[in-house]
Write a protein that binds this ligand. Structure first.
Ligand code: UGA
Length: 471
């Protein structure tokens, strides 16, 4: 992909080297572009220069080393260098949820755009990749024209990113689609050049206005969140009957119009994107006077949060009605497997709630223990699956890492105090566990007792004997 001599390839800069920016910078260099990555965080830049990716992302460290070795990828903490270097500047800084509000915090985006606008001295394109409320790009266009010595010559475009953590390299080098939000033929041409290798590969392209490009991103994440909450709402209905949501999902997914992806029931969605994006979208729609159109997103959020509470209920029920003094193995802390990201992680939230009800919780995640410890230092983190389940009264599978799926029920059974498991991610074969003497529970599925004789029956919910102070 890296023979770009035949056309005038723009020089690329990437502002912000988090999950999105670091991946984008590395992959653009792999595609053959000269790239300069920027971050205000010196430590992050030192790590990247040394060939170390500051977060866990399978396949990315190898690509970083390959890109550095090619000589096409450099990093800096000096914004003047960035302004000097680039023809196309990709702004990839975070837009986290604002404190005490459901709106997005746009301060990093604003300072990236204004910082570049004040420094750039030649015609260039500023491209927003961050997820922003509709109307932000238009507002930033006016701000940039105001600040820049070039006035309207410094153009702005929006190019939303759809990569998933855990598949970041694959999604960046082989995206499902590209979306360009532009206001001039020149901006479109610059983006076509910046993505020439992907367009030559046949990647579908949608060229749109700025607002549509912004909306594609939040609409996509809202749809995915809604699909997950839909099947989890069905799980709630299943719980009130003897129906099984796993079978329901399997049957629904065979309808091509519905499809099975993002229809996996369980503990629900978390991470740095889906939860905050649906909240910010709802907030923005209310500001625009169309709150009613997306009011269902509030319900999507509530269904999702109820799954966490219900998982705690299942653990408590298996423990005999109270969590006080009960030893729980919490398997997983990351918001999904193949990630060390614990932002709004359902797994960690459940571990915290169990702890607050008085349980002794041992958390083990193959990659996310350190990040989880920073967020909730009061929980007990252990370095292996075996250490987590040692003498456990209940095992709670909260993030479906392959290590947990592949574990042998007899090996685990030899370590625990009671063979009781809550499968928060529908990741295990229940029969494999119940036939080895385990009591098995999963959201939206009927209780499955051990099929081996003489196991104690499940107890019903009882009063909570002991509550800790919130963390
Ligand atoms: C999500 C989107 O999938 C990406 O397209 C988007 O670019 C990204 O947000 C973003 O906005 O940056 P990501 O947050 O990496 O990507 O994670 P997903 O793979 O979408 O999973 C989100 C959550 O949904 C996880 O907690 C996962 O466990 C949960 N999930 C997913 C389910 O509970 N059930 C499912 O069937 C699928």
């Amino acid at each position: 992909m890296n023979n770009l001599e035949s056309f005038s390839a723009p020089k690329i800069t990437v502002i912000g080297t988090g999950y999105l920016g670091a991946t984008h910078a590395i992959c653009m260099a792999i595609m053959g572009f000269d790239v300069l990555g920027f971050d205000v965080d010196h430590h992050k830049i030192d790590q990247l220069r040394a060939g170390k990716v500051p977060f866990y992302e399978p396949g990315l460290p190898e690509k970083l080393r390959e890109a550095l070795a090619s000589g096409r990828l450099k990093f800096t903490t000096n914004l003047d260098d960035v302004a000097e270097f680039g023809d196309v500047h990709f702004i990839c800084v975070g837009t986290p949820q604002a404190p005490n509000s459901s709106a997005a915090n746009l301060s990093y985006v604003e300072s990236a755009f204004s910082g570049l606008a004040a420094r750039i001295r030649r015609k260039a394109l500023l491209v927003g990749k961050s997820t922003v409320p509709i109307g932000t790009a238009e507002r930033l266009t006016a701000m940039v024209a105001d600040i820049s010595p070039l006035g309207a010559e410094l153009e702005l475009a929006w190019n939303p990113e759809f990569l998933r953590e855990g598949f970041a390299v694959q999604d960046t080098l082989h995206p499902d689609r590209l979306v360009f939000g532009v206001t001039s033929p020149w901006a479109e041409e610059m983006l076509r050049r910046a993505f020439k290798p992907l367009l030559d590969d046949g990647t579908p392209l949608i060229v749109a206005d700025l607002a549509t490009a912004e909306l594609v991103k939040v609409a996509a994440n809202s749809f995915l969140a809604t699909k997950i909450s839909f099947i989890n709402a069905m799980a709630e209905v299943c719980e009130a009957t003897s129906a099984d949501v796993s079978l329901l999902a399997a049957a629904l997914s065979l309808d091509d119009r519905i499809g099975g992806r993002f229809l996996k029931p369980g503990l629900g969605f978390g991470g740095g994107c889906l939860p905050k994006d649906i909240r910010a979208f709802k907030h923005r729609a209310e500001e625009l006077g169309v709150g009613q159109a997306v009011s269902f997103l509030g319900e999507v959020d509530s269904i999702n949060n109820r799954r966490r509470v219900r998982t705690v209920d299942l653990v408590r029920e298996l423990a005999g009605g109270s969590l006080a003094g009960v030893k729980i193995a919490a398997l997983g802390a990351a918001f999904k497997p193949n990630s060390d990201d614990v932002r709004d992680a359902p797994a960690l939230d459940v571990a915290r709630m169990l702890y607050l009800e008085g349980a002794t919780v041992s958390v083990y995640d193959p990659e996310a223990n350190a990040n989880a410890h920073r967020l909730y230092p009061d929980l007990n983190y252990v370095g292996s699956l075996a250490a987590a389940v040692e003498q456990a009264d209940v095992v709670a599978l909260l993030t479906e890492w392959e290590e947990f799926r592949a574990a042998d029920p007899d090996d685990l059974g030899a370590l625990v105090h009671h063979r009781r498991i809550v499968d928060g991610r529908h990741a295990l074969d229940p029969e494999r566990y119940t036939s080895r003497g385990w009591e098995y529970r999963a959201l939206g599925r009927p209780y499955q007792p051990s099929t081996v004789a003489h196991r104690s029956p499940v107890a019903h919910r009882g009063p909570v004997a002991h509550q800790r102070q919130p963390l």
